[in-house]
Design a protein around this ligand. Structure first.
Ligand code: NAI
Ligand code: MG
Length: 356
């Protein structure tokens, strides 16, 4: 049956890289109906809102969503995709392709997966004046016996970690590690927290991961604190199989890890929920290069590979990934972030040619 894809470019380079991915997908003659409702900056100009009803309705009926990036004015789109559609498992593969420029000396064989909790933690920002906490929680005291009233003027941010949130992300990570083990990976889940400081919230995350993994006797488990893990990603990237972590730690670690595979122009992601899934590059709207036609479309094209896998088109996904691989192996058509002079459209064309 034809799968319905809704493409939401968003802002900045978002529409540029999403258009590139659509061109590639359309060249493959797949059983996909790709819809492109207006959203983001363009929709604000025309309708006065970044996410018009038509775009939202189509999104609600989609089998999968291909997303670019948004800036503050259109952030409602991102909020809808993540928190209304509850796409709680953000999968961010870090995989080195030969020919890609990376700051790592010996990148051959880097291939791991970051599973980032996408629905809670520090997101969406739940913040306010400290005086509100002082008023609502007059008896609360921290380790040093300090109460909120003792701070004076300032702001707070709340980090929510729920049992349900921990369980479902731990399970998603274990399922991915099991799947990868069948493909020859080591079968290890690395839980990353800051439970030495955040003993309650990170403590719950860590404890839940430890419990969930017991249901997967074929997998190994380890735990590291997030600061130590940042170092390990740089120093021992090939020892990693699947990382599972909370929202903000995953956000930060995945930009860092993305550099191992050539940077934000390369790093793809998938956000999967029980009913909806959307696919987006790790990067944002890149206002510094927007409109210049030089954005690297690879991260979004590799996100489309993840989308095809999700839709059960495994062979086609592999075909597309191999086309990307071939372009980098050849190393002739590269955008400036990869040390080349080519435009977005040249890289797109090169990938399409490899598909033929
Ligand atoms: P960014 O990821 O947009 O850009 C960081 C750097 O990487 C910039 O120098 C940019 O030129 C470069 N870069 C990013 N994607 C690239 C590509 N495909 N090809 C070549 N170079 C690329 O992050 P930044 O600058 O922190 O944020 C810019 C805006 O994007 C902000 O408004 C931010 O809130 C938003 N953002 C949105 C995200 C989303 O919608 N999921 C994710 C991250 C940021
Ligand atoms: Mg980010």
């Amino acid at each position: 049956m034809t799968k319905k894809i809704v493409a939401l470019g968003g802002d900045g380079i978002g529409p540029e890289v999403v258009d590139a991915a659509i061109q590639v997908l359309e060249s493959m003659n797949l059983d996909l109906e790709i819809l492109k409702p207006l959203c983001g900056e363009a929709a604000i100009k025309k309708f006065g809102t970044p996410f018009p009803k038509e775009a939202m309705d189509l999104t609600n009926q989609s089998d999968a969503i291909l997303f670019g990036a948004t800036e503050q004015a259109s952030v409602i789109i991102l909020a809808y995709l993540r928190w209304v559609l509850d796409t709680y498992a953000n999968l961010r593969p870090i995989k080195y392709y030969e020919g890609v420029s990376t700051p790592i000396k010996d990148p051959e064989g880097i291939d791991f997966l970051i599973v980032r909790e996408n629905s809670e933690g520090m997101y969406p920002g739940r913040e306010g004046d400290i005086s509100l906490l002082a008023e609502k929680l007059p008896d609360y005291k921290d380790l040093m016996g300090k109460s909120f009233a003792d701070f004076g003027k300032g702001k707070f941010a709340i980090r929510i970690i729920t049992e349900k949130g921990c369980k479902r992300i731990a399970k998603a990570a274990c399922e991915k590690a099991r799947e990868r083990k069948k493909r020859g990976f080591s079968g290890k889940v690395t839980c990353v927290t800051k439970s030495n400081v955040l003993r309650e919230s990170c403590g719950l995350f860590q404890k839940t991961c430890e419990e969930v993994i017991k249901g997967y006797p074929e997998l190994r488990y380890e735990h590291f604190y997030v600061d130590d893990m940042a170092r390990r990603i740089v120093r021992f990237p090939k020892d990693i199989d699947v990382i599972v972590t909370s929202n903000m730690f995953g956000d930060i670690l995945s930009d860092l890890a993305g550099e191992l595979m050539g940077g934000l122009g390369m790093a793809p992601s998938a956000c999967i929920g029980d009913r909806y899934a959307y696919f987006e590059p790790v990067h944002g709207s890149a206002p510094d290069i927007a409109g210049k036609g030089v954005a690297n479309p690879t991260a979004t094209i590799l996100s489309s590979v993840m989308m095809l896998e999700y839709l059960g088109m495994r062979e086609k996904a592999e075909e597309l990934e191999n086309a990307v691989k071939a372009v980098y192996e050849e190393g002739k058509v590269l955008t400036p972030d990869m040390g080349g002079k080519s435009k977005t459209r040249n890289v797109t064309k090169a990938i399409i040619q490899k598909l033929k």
